[in-house]
Design a protein around this ligand. Structure first.
Ligand SMILES: [Zn+2]
Ligand SMILES: [Zn+2]
Length: 156
């Protein structure tokens, strides 16, 4: 949580469209970059940014959170007018997650402890240095270089 840039949290008076657009520009991404990373249609993103879509479905929400590298809860909280207090909620199954893909939304559920596919305990910290995992864009921990994915010697 402490690693997250407070600028990236939604402002109380910001609409979903304004927020997404601000994040996207902050990351220096074009709409085409974002839809590719998020796995959604360009038209969908356009509608959201123009304020014509006010509510995100789960898939879009997880995809955009991944593409823009913010916790899904930020996107969900936009428009509610409440300040966000988000624990570092990026969790994934080290066995089922594929490098370069968005994590399954069921892993990111705050209540989820184990993988719904294989039952393995979900991982939210680097097993090497215990730093919270804030991005799954990389396959290795930026602090110590440990691979985020499972290896047989790791005990979670
Ligand atoms: Zn799994
Ligand atoms: Zn590490």
């Amino acid at each position: 949580m402490q690693l997250l840039d407070s600028l990236l949290a939604p402002k109380a008076d910001e609409s979903l469209g304004q927020y997404l657009r601000r994040l996207r520009l902050h990351r220096g991404l074009s709409q085409a970059d974002v839809v590719e990373l998020a796995g959604i249609h360009l038209q969908s993103l356009g509608k959201i940014e123009r304020g014509r879509t006010l509510k995100l479905n789960h898939k879009t929400c997880s995809g955009l959170a991944y593409a823009l590298n913010v916790p899904k809860e930020y996107l969900e909280s936009v428009g509610r007018g409440v300040a966000v207090d988000v624990p570092s909620a990026l969790k994934f199954c080290p066995s089922c997650w594929t490098v370069g893909t968005a994590p399954e939304s069921m892993w990111l559920d705050l209540r989820a402890k184990c993988c719904f596919l294989c039952g393995m305990e979900l991982r939210h910290r680097c097993v090497g240095c215990q730093e919270p995992i804030t991005s799954l864009k990389h396959r290795f921990c930026p602090f110590c270089g440990t691979s985020y994915q499972s290896s047989s010697s790791l005990k979670v």
